[in-house]
Design a protein around this ligand. Structure first.
Ligand code: CA2
Length: 151
């Protein structure tokens, strides 16, 4: 539960998600990150900023989680392949939730229906919750939860 009204949600995306819309539409759908941003902006009340970012760089993603702590911003995180092995990202995600801020792990696909290496997440154990398998709606549901729980 966040105590202050939410004015900004950080929506952070890990490696290769910048390629959404141009590759593997049968797996990830045909929308790109601009489409995702537009969907989220349309789903939140005025006065709530959707700050959507993507990086292929693990260090940059960790820095953004530190920024979330310092600015008390709730986070929606699609860690992409880092989900499955990055203990550095896990430690940074734990800093967010230990600061009392929500961090919702999201996935476009349901990793449990895919290759076995995708079945384990090193992030889930420190996340507030996990939403997977609903395409871009996974993100919308995560933002909706963050805004409802902050009321
Ligand atoms: O389903 C998800 O959102 C994933 O986080 C996507 C990751 C994958 O490693 C996770 O297991 C599940 C992969 C993102 C790769 O993004 C691409 C986008 C377009 C084309 C190819 C890859």
């Amino acid at each position: 539960m966040t105590s202050n009204p939410v004015t900004r949600v950080l929506v952070l995306n890990g490696p290769n998600l910048g390629r959404l819309g141009s590759r593997e539409p049968e797996v990830y759908g045909s929308g790109n990150l601009s489409d995702l941003e537009a969907l989220l902006v349309a789903s939140v009340p005025s006065g709530v900023e959707i700050d959507l970012r993507q990086t292929n760089d693990e260090a940059e993603l960790i820095d953004w989680l530190h920024e979330a702590v310092d600015s008390a911003s709730p986070v929606v995180l699609n860690p992409a392949a880092f989900t499955h092995y990055s203990y550095g990202l896990r430690d940074a995600a734990a800093l967010v939730t230990k600061a009392g801020l929500p961090l919702v792990e999201v996935h476009i696909t349901n990793p449990h229906t895919r290759e076995s290496f995708r079945h384990d997440s090193v992030i889930s154990g420190v996340a507030t919750g996990v939403i997977a398998g609903f395409g871009f709606d996974s993100y919308r549901l995560a933002v909706d939860h963050i805004l409802r729980s902050a009321r």
